[in-house]
Design a binder for this molecule. Structure first.
Ligand code: IPM
Ligand code: MG
Length: 361
């Protein structure tokens, strides 16, 4: 099979972790005799520096031409005070929208070998295994009107949270389908005691659930969810939520996995005529400028995103499982980066990438 992949290293540690992810992708392609056609594009702060835009048109063109895109991270401290329109993050939001990847799948697993990496008590974390399905192209991230308004006496800022029925329906279907292949439970997260947006969300999700009688649905308010994720994480199987809540809850979920560096994600849209998903694959972590360029960052989130790409965009289940098994083997070996608090000397980013390749075979 020919794998046409666009690599978007982005900013900060994005470059280091995607280098290792690509190394793993090359190894898998060689092992299973796939042809790999890689292209590279500019996204985020580096794109602003080189072209003036966080999402150059050329990057959109390359992304639409590729079968899948692998992203590192975006964000640079020199843009901290820039308005949202001129920030590196705008590039990521723009490419999600351009590709139409409305469902962001963020699996959170407490690996047995990493229980001690989590600051939480082992008995709480042990066995936690969930997937957060975050709506990714709607809600308050994209709603208009938005802006900072200087109207006379007072300055006012406005953001708009908006969802249509069809936006909720399509991401709900993704969650229910995923649940069917797992423990058959969807927990929908909202704030329906306060927000009309959440009332519509709850109504639509409940309706869609009728098409999946084999899947159990419950609803939880987002504040309570934040607490239950820590108190009783094993209660969750598929967690379905809107864009901003999903952003926040997935960082919290990272504590269960030991480190945010561990978390991969798959952002998918509709299927192409070939049956494969349009997809953008991105680790959950940010650009971590404080450790950028030091060969310290954990590449496993980016490498896990390669596994997700193989599964969703290329339907290469065996290859995806091979990457996941190799990641688990490396975790068990203790050859991990500093964020996972190894008992011995921490491994470098490159050493972890090499170890995963070696474990693949
Ligand atoms: C994430 C990130 C992004 C988001 C930022 C970088 C725009 O936090 O993917 O979780 O908020 O979606
Ligand atoms: Mg986030």
């Amino acid at each position: 099979m020919k794998l046409n992949v666009l690599v978007l290293p982005g900013d900060g540690i994005g470059e280091e972790v995607t280098r290792e992810a690509v190394r793993v992708l090359r190894r898998v392609a060689a092992m299973y005799s796939h042809e790999l056609a890689l292209s590279e594009g500019l996204l985020g702060g580096i794109a602003i520096h080189k072209t003036g835009s966080p999402l150059p048109e050329e990057t959109v063109r390359l992304a639409l031409a590729a079968d899948a895109a692998l992203m590192g991270a975006v964000g640079l401290p020199e843009f901290d005070n820039a308005p949202p329109e001129k920030r590196p993050e705008k590039g990521l939001l723009g490419i999600r929208q351009a590709l139409g990847v409305y469902a962001n799948l963020r699996p959170v697993r407490a690996y047995a070998s990493q229980l001690d990496s989590s600051p939480l008590k082992n008995h709480l974390v042990e066995g936690a295994d969930m997937i957060i399905v975050r709506e990714l192209t709607g809600g308050i991230y994209y709603g208009t009107p938005r802006g900072i308004l200087e109207d006379g006496a007072e300055t006012r800022a406005v953001n708009t949270m908006t969802y249509s029925r069809s936006e909720i329906e399509r991401v709900a279907h993704v969650a229910f389908r995923l649940a069917r292949a797992r423990r058959k439970k969807v927990t929908s997260v909202d704030k329906s005691n306060v927000l009309e947006n959440s009332q519509l969300w709850r109504r639509v999700v409940t309706e869609i659930a009728g098409q999946y009688p084999d899947v159990a649905l419950d609803h939880i308010l987002v504040d309570n969810c934040a607490m239950q994720l820590i108190l009783n994480p094993r209660r969750f199987d598929v967690v379905l939520t809107e864009n901003l809540f999903g952003d926040i809850l997935s960082d919290e979920g990272a504590v269960l996995a030991g480190s945010i560096g561990m978390l991969p994600s798959a952002s998918i849209g509709d299927r192409r005529p070939s049956g494969a998903f349009v997809g953008l694959y991105e680790p959950v972590h940010g650009s971590a400028p404080d450790i950028a360029g030091q060969n310290k960052a954990n590449p496993l989130g980016a490498i896990g995103s390669v596994a997700a790409m193989l599964a969703y965009s290329f339907s290469l289940q065996e290859e995806a499982s091979a990457v996941e098994a190799a990641v688990e083997a490396v975790l068990r070996s203790g050859n991990v980066t500093a964020d996972l608090r190894p008992s011995g000397a921490p491994a470098t980013t490159a050493q972890v990438g090499e170890a995963v390749c070696a474990a693949i075979g």
